[in-house]
Design a protein around this ligand. Structure first.
Ligand SMILES: Cc1cc2nc3c(=O)[nH]c(=O)nc-3n(C[C@H](O)[C@H](O)[C@H](O)COP(=O)(O)OP(=O)(O)OC[C@H]3O[C@@H](n4cnc5c(N)ncnc54)[C@H](O)[C@@H]3O)c2cc1C
Length: 354
């Protein structure tokens, strides 16, 4: 990796965190070498356009951009327009479809009542109602997501689930929301398109590659130290993608399957993320992806960090190791061992001292 010695800074990992840091460094006049372990940039937001239908397939699960952070919004808007898509999620329970999140639309349909705003809190205080909602929409889904038996899921979590006292079925509260108009890949290409940035793919960074230039690393923190204290635990996902010969399979982008008996957690149907693309929407085929959650083992893709006493202790040890190395900044969802939405990953990268 001869480029390393010539660069003023190394950015390892080209997801949103790494690309944001790289762009900031480049604009500050630094020569930046971006090393990405995979064969393409974009991290877990990477997409692939289906050559036949033009449908943008999100390779690592559905990604909807949403934020209320104006600094993040102003930054990302330099690299893309958004299409105005507003995310809604449906739940399929025993073959019936309900609007999530928990609010008037779901409650009134599920119980066959006609509650009005102001009446939900009292209704949900009744243990029979909250238990029925928990059993139908949370117990099975959570057990699949975290690999536990349904009986092990603590019913008291329902008390912490926010309940909307209205018919707002917008999944996210953030009003700044959408899908990049020309797709996610174009956003990363534009972020990295700067005369001071050189990108190498299939180029994993390892600690022994470190020279004098500062390194901004967003790969897994335990991998950086050869897992010397052990592996941080993750949940992984398995995706089954299928092209189906119908124009519209489920009428929306995401349906959660909340029963424990159905092995997948959700079905994504990607064409619905671009309702503005008439050609894509009217294509006689559609692409769906079933998402299965599974226990992680070394070699699997890490998706969700598992927050527990052991993982916190292990993370602490790796952080101490990282702090001993001058000129090393570790960040992003893998480096931080933390679930980040895309906007949080960008916000964290905007806060990095460069
Ligand atoms: C299933 C799922 C759905 C999600 N949906 C949403 C959503 O709808 N909206 C939202 O805002 N967020 C969503 N997110 C979160 C989103 O994926 C993250 O916020 C985002 O990917 C974080 O970017 P990052 O740069 O921190 O990490 P990543 O995207 O993981 O990028 C890290 C990069 O580092 C590379 N790398 C690893 N090791 C090395 C190494 N040694 N050398 C060089 N490169 C290396 C990896 O290959 C990867 O490209 C979702 C996450 C999951 C798991």
């Amino acid at each position: 990796m001869s480029g390393i010695v010539r660069a003023d800074a190394i950015v390892a990992g080209a997801g949103f965190w790494g690309c944001t840091v790289a762009r900031r460094l480049a604009e500050a006049g630094r020569k930046v070498l971006v090393l990405e372990a995979r064969g393409a940039v974009g991290g877990n937001v990477r997409c692939e356009a289906d050559p036949e239908t033009g449908i943008e397939v999100h390779l690592y699960g559905s990604h909807i951009f949403h934020t209320h952070d104006m600094a993040v919004w102003n930054f990302i808007r330099r690299f893309t327009e958004f299409n105005g898509y507003q995310h809604k999620v449906l739940a399929n329970y025993k073959g019936k479809i309900y609007y999530l999140p928990l609010g008037l639309a779901l409650i009134n349909k599920f119980f066959g009542v006609e509650l009005k705003p102001g009446e939900v809190a009292d209704f949900m205080k009744d243990e029979r109602h909250s238990s029925a909602i928990f059993d139908a929409f949370f117990r099975g889904y959570t057990s699949k997501q975290w690999g536990k038996a349904p009986e092990e899921i603590d019913p008291s979590i329902i008390k912490r689930v926010p309940v909307r006292d209205n018919y707002d079925v917008n999944y996210f509260k953030d009003y700044l929301q959408g899908i990049p108009a020309d797709g996610y890949n174009a956003v990363f290409d534009r972020m990295l398109d700067h005369p001071n940035i050189e990108v190498k793919v299939n180029a994993p960074f390892a600690l022994q590659d470190m020279a004098d230039a500062p390194v901004y690393y967003s790969g897994p923190i335990d991998a950086l130290f050869g897992y010397k204290f052990g592996h941080l635990p993750w949940r992984t996902l398995r995706f089954e993608t299928e092209t189906i010969g119908v124009k519209d399979f489920q009428g929306t982008s995401v349906v959660n399957y909340t029963e424990a008996e159905i092995p997948y957690t959700r079905i994504h149907e990607f064409k619905h993320y671009h309702p503005e693309l008439a050609g894509v929407m009217s294509a006689p085929k559609t692409i769906v992806m079933r998402e299965y959650s599974a226990a992680w083992k070394p070699g699997d893709e890490p998706y969700y960090p598992v927050d527990c006493d052991e993982s916190r202790a292990l993370l602490g040890k790796y952080r101490e190791e990282a702090a001993k190395i001058p000129n090393l900044v570790v960040g992003g969802r893998l480096g931080g061992y933390k679930y980040f939405d895309m906007d949080q990953s960008i916000a964290a990268a905007l806060a990095v001292e460069i």
